[in-house]
Design a protein. Structure first.
Length: 381
C-alpha cells in the first residue's frame, strides 16, 4: 500500500466513512510493523501539546493503542470505529499525515530546491510618544510609559504591562507583528494575547476606563481576565466582540470578507451591521457588512497555531497558501486558478522549513511546487 492510499484510509476513518473493505486494509497496515506503534506513542505526545485536553493529558499510551486496534479489528468494525471516533480521529490523522509525508526524509527528492525557513518571534512596539522598539525572543527590556506604567520582558516570554496604582491617564500602545513573525504579550489587566503573522493590536497601557477596548487587524488568540464591571471589547473593522472573561480566537486580515471569531470557552457577544448574537464554546461567527452567521467547529483547529501547528481540515489550497505566505514571508503564484479550490486535510509543524509542508501538500493534493527564494509557483501535477 502506498503512502497516499494510507492517508486516504485515515481520512475516511476520521469522517466515519470506512467500508468493510477499507477497514480490512487499515487493519493490515496497523499490524504489519511494530514501528507503527512507536509512531503512535511519539505522535500521541506531540498531539497532547496541540489539543491540550484532559483526555490526552491522562490517556495511557499502551491502553490507547489497544483500544484503537480493538475498535478497528473484529466484528462490527464500523460501529466500533464510530464510537471511538471523537477521541482519536484527529490524532490518527495528524500522526499518519505527519509521519508518512515529512518524517521519512527525502523532501523534494531529486529536485534542486531552496530551503525556506519558518517565521520567528518578532514585533515592533510603538509607544504613546511615537518611539518604536524592536522586539524579539531575546529582547531584554524595561520601559516606562508617560503615565507611569512599566513594560518589561515577561516570565512567559513577550512583554508584560505592570499596572501602577499611581498611573495617570491611560495612553495607547500599538504592537505590529510582520510577515514571518509571531508575538505574545500580557496586558495590564492580566489578559494574555498571542498575535499571529502580519497582525496589529492597539490597546491602552492601563485599564482604568468603563471598557477595556482594543483594536485588532490580523489574527490573535485572547485569554481575557474576567471583570464583570469592565467588559473587554475587541474592534475589527465593522465588527466588535464583547466579553467579560473567556478564551477565543479572532481572524480579521485586510481583504477578508468577514471577521472570523472562534470561541474556546466562556461566552462572547458579537456585533456587526446592527446585528448581535452570543457565541457558545465550539461555535464560530462570520461577521461583516452582511450581518452575522454562526457555525459549529472544532475550536482546537483554529487555535493550533499558538502551539506551533498548522491544522487544515477540508481547507482550500488558496486559504492554506494564504497562511503559509504570512508565516514564511513568501508569495505563491498559481499557473491555474482552479488549483486554489483543491481541498486538503492534514497537519504540519509550523517550525519546520516550508519545504516539509509543501511536500505533504504535494502528496495529497495533486499539485507541484517550484521553490524560489521568495516566490513559489504552483503547477498541476
Amino acid at each position: 500500500m502506498d503512502d497516499k492510499r494510507i492517508i486516504e484510509l485515515v481520512i475516511l476513518y476520521c469522517k466515519d466513512e470506512l467500508t468493510a473493505s477499507d477497514c480490512s486494509e487499515l487493519e493490515i497496515w496497523l499490524d504489519e510493523d511494530q514501528r507503527h506503534r512507536e509512531i503512535f506513542r511519539d505522535y500521541l505526545g506531540k498531539y497532547r501539546k496541540v489539543r491540550q485536553t484532559v483526555f490526552y493529558d491522562t490517556l495511557d499510551e499502551r491502553e490507547a493503542w489497544h483500544r484503537l486496534t480493538r475498535r478497528i479489528t473484529g466484528t462490527g468494525r464500523k460501529k466500533r470505529i464510530m464510537r471511538y471516533y471523537p477521541y482519536v480521529a484527529s490524532l490518527v490523522l495528524f500522526m499518519v499525515v505527519s509521519v508518512f509525508l515529512y518524517m521519512r526524509g527525502g523532501m523534494f527528492s531529486g529536485r534542486d530546491v531552496i530551503t525556506v525557513e519558518p517565521g520567528s518571534t518578532k514585533a515592533v512596539l510603538q509607544l504613546s510618544d511615537g518611539r518604536c522598539v524592536r522586539l524579539s525572543a531575546d529582547s531584554m527590556m524595561s520601559l516606562q510609559e508617560v503615565n507611569g506604567v512599566v513594560i518589561r520582558k515577561g516570565e512567559e516570554g513577550g512583554i508584560h504591562y505592570l499596572e501602577s496604582e499611581t498611573a495617570g491617564e491611560s495612553v495607547l500602545n500599538t504592537i505590529r507583528v510582520p510577515r514571518g513573525g509571531e508575538y505574545y504579550l500580557c496586558l495590564a489587566d492580566g489578559t494574555k494575547v498571542w498575535l499571529n503573522s502580519e497582525s496589529e493590536l492597539t490597546y491602552p497601557v492601563s485599564m482604568g476606563g468603563i471598557f477595556r477596548d482594543v483594536r485588532l487587524k490580523g489574527e490573535a488568540y485572547f485569554e481575557v481576565t474576567g471583570n464583570e464591571s469592565q467588559p473587554f471589547r475587541v474592534t475589527c473593522g465593522d465588527s466588535r466582540i464583547s466579553v467579560l472573561g473567556t478564551k477565543f480566537n479572532i481572524m480579521a486580515y485586510d481583504g477578508q470578507k468577514d471577521v472570523v471569531t472562534t470561541l474556546v470557552n466562556g461566552r462572547v457577544q458579537v456585533f456587526a451591521s446592527g446585528d448581535s448574537l452570543i457565541l457558545n464554546p465550539g461555535e464560530q461567527s462570520l461577521s461583516g457588512a452582511n450581518g452575522i452567521d454562526v457555525r459549529k467547529v472544532d475550536a482546537g483547529i483554529f487555535i493550533a497555531w499558538i502551539s506551533g501547528i498548522f491544522e487544515f481540515e477540508e481547507m482550500s489550497l488558496g486559504e492554506i497558501t494564504g497562511q503559509l505566505e504570512r508565516w514564511y514571508d513568501v508569495s505563491f503564484v498559481y499557473t491555474d486558478s482552479s488549483l486554489r479550490e483543491i481541498t486538503f486535510t492534514g497537519a504540519a509543524d509550523r517550525h519546520r522549513p516550508l519545504n516539509v509542508v509543501l511536500e505533504m501538500i504535494e502528496k495529497l493534493s495533486g499539485v507541484r511546487f517550484e521553490l524560489g527564494k521568495e516566490v513559489i509557483t504552483i503547477y498541476k501535477e
